[in-house]
Design a protein around this ligand. Sequence first.
Ligand SMILES: Nc1nc2c(ncn2[C@@H]2O[C@H](COP(=O)(O)OP(=O)(O)OP(=O)(O)O)[C@@H](O)[C@H]2O)c(=O)[nH]1
Length: 367
Amino acid sequence: MAKIPATVVTGFLGAGKTTLVRHLLTHAHGRRIALIVNEFGELGVDGEILRGCGVENCSDDDVVELANGCICCTVADDFLPAMTALLDRPNPPEHIVIETSGLALPQPLVRAFNWPEVRSRLTVDGVVTVVDGPAVAAGRFAADEARVDAQRAADESIDHETPLSELFEDQLACADMIVVNKADLMEGGAPALAARLRGRARRGVQVIEAAMGAVDPAVLLGLGIGAEDDMEARHELHHHHHHHDDDADHHGDHHDDDHEHEHEHGHDEFESFSVDLPELPDPAAFQRAVSETIAAHDLLRVKGFCAVAGKPMRLLIQAVGPRVDAHYDRPFGADPRATRLVVIGLAGIDRAAVAAALEAAARAQAA
Ligand SMILES: Nc1nc2c(ncn2[C@@H]2O[C@H](COP(=O)(O)OP(=O)(O)OP(=O)(O)O)[C@@H](O)[C@H]2O)c(=O)[nH]1
């Protein structure tokens, strides 16, 4: 029996993974694709967006949300049971797409395809890494790339990386295809960034540019890589935060260490929480205030659904760094009419201050 191919879509918070997956589903031409969506943060915004997209051949059942933490850390508890459930369906999918959380390391997930439960039935068709073009071009993930590279050359185990650059490097190292997304925001700078990334990617990795994740499914799917057989080529960085002592002999037998990697790759350096707010009287003013709050507290990501006074539709708010997008997505329908945002940032966010700022913004002009 042929193995079912699975495409892993990875990339940093807000790079455009959900947008790309959505484009993929709406252009799948009848191919039966099941989706596994994993998100950092307790609100299932991505699952909601994808489930709401009403694509033919993609019923609600075909979107499986793994909300219980980061997929790379809960492989055995969440990911494998979800996969076997999909495979055991009377009418299994022809292709599986896995959207990882923006903070996930792809390597532990790819390695999980070697587990006996799934090894004979599934293969990793390819790892697609979505890159936030403008953010990377602006140096948000490696403030000082030259220094980092020099240090790495000098000593692989040194504690030199920021949590952002570390994730970014791992996601690049695992990629079979790199999509430089948000080319529309780069004023012609996308080709230069693509060239730079091509220089850093493994041999044979394709680097393509896209806007709004619009990549032809024929390009994304069917890579036929079998990434699970090829893990040595996809080294992750040493995730060193608590284990400097034994980093020195990491180069030997990796198996015992793998377990550790899967459980402590620095998620404690990020945090997320959600904020419940009242109905918004003035969504444009609120959007500006969200942007100011993000800048004031150096937040990475804010997203969620809002109730707006006088509007039956829910307003989807999506902020990545300084940029805040908002659009009406669909009527609330049976869902409670509420405003709820998830906030993600580096650990140590002043939650009370962020919540207070958002609260004040949501109430502004209510009088
Ligand atoms: N201008 C522009 N905006 C984009 C593009 N791709 C995505 N966006 C916007 O960027 C925001 C984040 O996109 P998502 O697709 O949710 O990103 P993600 O990687 O799934 O985010 P997380 O799941 O939170 O990590 C949304 O507001 C998108 O509309 C693009 O190519 N150009």
